[in-house]
Design a protein around this ligand. Sequence first.
Ligand SMILES: [Zn+2]
Length: 315
Amino acid sequence: MDTEKSQALSRLFHQQTQDFPLARDNYRALTQAVCKEIPLDGFCIRVQYNPARIISTNAKTDAASLRNRKCFLCPSGMPETQQGMAYGDRYHIYINPYPIFRQHFTVPSNEHLPQRIAHRFEDMLDIATDFPGHVVFYNGPASGASAPDHFHFQLVSRGEMPIEADAANERLRQVVRTGEDYTIATLRDYLREVFILESASKARLRVLFDALQRFVGITVPYEAEPQFNLFAWQAEGCLHICLFPRRRWRPRQFFEEGEGQIMFSPGCADMAGLIIAPRQRDFEHYDAALLADLFQQVSITPEEREQIVHLIQQF
Ligand SMILES: [Zn+2]
């Protein structure tokens, strides 16, 4: 069932993949992208070889680099042919000209304000219900956002990230707490840690998200805000939220030189089981053992997960 907003989004996509040459070329290239699947215990990780993504994988996000570049999420920093559509009073939606997904949009705030989820979680839920064929996600400022200086969500087509099906897989799920109108779960032996919140009530999800965010912050030290990657989508009359708590953005191998270097700079897609490899060499290297090592460095530990579970069960 297409909502009016979904139809407008679809029109934007078709118009921009005709009129915006950079987007047209990169979406065409994406249809040829080489992928492989790495089977693990009860789930899979997908790897996509995508050379155009070298720009965001390698993004420099220190204060000086941000000051010295034009913000690509402010209209003044976009090519003239990149056109967006308004979403409410506070956001615009634009096609992402460096796609990972069949349909890939950015949803920047109208103002150039830092990447912080506070007071915006409700907006994320509204986007998820307004675009039911899509997943909305948020990279924390120290967890994969390549523009931590300009607030943005991303909005992508459903069915491309393994987490969407894994979150419902009874063999992986461990329910942590339930109430009349909600469920909180984790996934067992999943290489990285994730918390799942499910409810039809946005007010309930707001309370649960605030608590979970606080518990992550208590457990893992942080600077701007507790570190995580966050997802929301609507399915079967219910909203599904996935939160991957993080310890750090990039693993040791990212900073190595020569043979040992791996361009793994994980944001939401990677944590959700869709690894983006901008270099062919890395694409070929990925296997179960390497993924376990990389995820273990950027995710929280199982002990930290248990601390958070304990806090959830007490509150
Ligand atoms: Zn900006």
